[in-house]
Design a protein around this ligand. Structure first.
Ligand SMILES: NC(=O)c1ccc[n+]([C@@H]2O[C@H](COP(=O)([O-])OP(=O)(O)OC[C@H]3O[C@@H](n4cnc5c(N)ncnc54)[C@H](OP(=O)(O)O)[C@@H]3O)[C@@H](O)[C@H]2O)c1
Length: 358
């Protein structure tokens, strides 16, 4: 970098950090400059932990045969090669939590963040310049990766202060998937039927809770996941977050079709896809009634499979790409937990893992 970066104003969207290819924005770029020196309109953070996106973590873990040492080496390799945690196979990233170390003058003038603040990033790691010195620990269940490193946020990058009333580890897990409950709140209607595919994961459970609130007593919520015996599935069933639960593999449309007459005869007005594996587009479409909507939150979604799948079964459904950003999504996601203390307790037990216990 030339001159004093502090005196230089970068692009609000971070294009000044793109090393290759020229002209790209950070998300689509192959490689970013993650040098930990702030420009005038950047925020430099010391990173404590990454919440690696579930589809990405699963792909890395499978390719490394669930060996934590190999997973750590692979994550370091990706970050060193690309200057960001952007899984080249899934195309997805995650978010980080950390402490603000330094802010550029233009950010200081905004007055919404100060050095020392503990924050969670609300923009994807696929566009966040990241440098990792060391991977301290990995929690295989949650995909949490504790690191010593630095990250840069741009002028337009969203972030949230960590809440005082929810453990940081839980907030990290929830904020990564904040778009899901926020969109369900917007799309579900009173009296309607909502199907949640991948119901017993992070985004799935938050989606079920929001759906339950929105559809009310006259509506129905139906959860779908491979097993009804997981802690999450049992919680949803026993807590009446779902009216029916389909234990099936959503990669098998035939298996789902076989379950629909009993559990979802009216079909869903809204289907929310929250899985972390590829190949579940058609099952989600089959769950949805003509005129209904499918919200593909999953990063494993294929546009081709969704578009051609719907055409092939003559389903006139509106298909929505899971935009990671929705106005107020962080607050809506955290409030979902506050409104459901039992769900908060469940998340604390499942995702509140501490670095020393991982
Ligand atoms: N759009 C966005 O902005 C955004 C942001 C963050 C994350 N995401 C994506 O959202 C998805 C969910 O993330 P998450 O953190 O909630 O994941 P998660 O906690 O790992 O949950 C994944 C869920 O998918 C279920 N599942 C796995 N295989 C399945 C199958 N064959 N049939 C039915 N269900 C299956 C899992 O069931 P079991 O637990 O029983 O295996 C679990 O309920 C991921 O693809 C992630 O990449 C999107």
């Amino acid at each position: 970098m030339m001159g004093s970066p502090l005196e230089r104003k970068g692009c609000a969207f971070g294009s000044h950090r793109v090393l290759e290819p020229p002209g790209a924005f950070p998300q689509s770029a192959w490689r970013l400059d993650s040098t930990p020196v702030v420009f005038d309109n950047e925020i430099l953070c010391d990173v404590d932990a990454l919440n690696v996106d579930s589809a990405s973590f699963r792909q890395i873990a499978e390719s490394c045969e669930d060996d934590a040492g190999r997973i750590a080496a692979r994550i370091l390799e990706i970050v060193r090669e690309r200057g960001k945690q952007h899984n080249p196979h899934t195309g997805s990233g995650g978010i980080f939590v950390g402490r603000v170390r330094e802010i550029g003058a233009a950010i200081a003038a905004r007055g919404d963040v100060r050095p020392g603040d503990r924050i969670a990033s609300l923009v994807s790691l696929t566009l966040t310049p990241l440098a990792i010195e060391e991977i301290v620990r990995i929690d295989m269940t949650s995909g949490r990766v504790w690191v010593k490193g630095t990250a840069v946020l741009f002028e337009r990058s969203s972030f949230a202060p960590l809440p005082d009333d929810i453990p940081a580890e839980v907030a990290l897990a929830v904020l990564d998937v904040a778009g899901a409950p926020a969109q369900v709140r917007r799309l579900a209607t009173p009296g309607g039927t909502v199907a949640v595919v991948g119901a017993d994961g992070k985004s799935g459970m938050l989606a079920c809770a929001q759906a339950r609130d929105r559809v009310g007593v006259s509506g129905r919520v139906v959860g779908i996941a491979p097993s009804a015996e997981t802690a999450g599935a049992r919680f949803l069933i026993e807590g009446n977050y779902v009216d029916a639960f389909i234990a099936a593999d959503a990669r098998s449309p035939l298996e789902i079709l076989g379950e629909i007459p009993q559990a979802l005869p009216e079909l869903a007005d809204l289907t929310v896809n929250c899985v972390n594996v590829p190949g579940t587009e058609l099952a989600s479409i089959l769950c949805t009634k003509d005129g209904g909507s499918v919200y593909f939150f999953s990063m494993s979604t294929s546009f081709t499979a969704a578009a051609l799948g719907a055409e092939g079964v003559a389903k006139d459904v509106t298909m929505i790409v899971g935009n990671g950003y929705t106005k107020g999504h962080a607050e809506i996601a955290l409030q979902t937990l506050r409104d459901h203390p039992a769900l908060l307790a469940h998340f604390v037990e499942r995702y509140g893992v501490q670095p020393e216990a991982a």
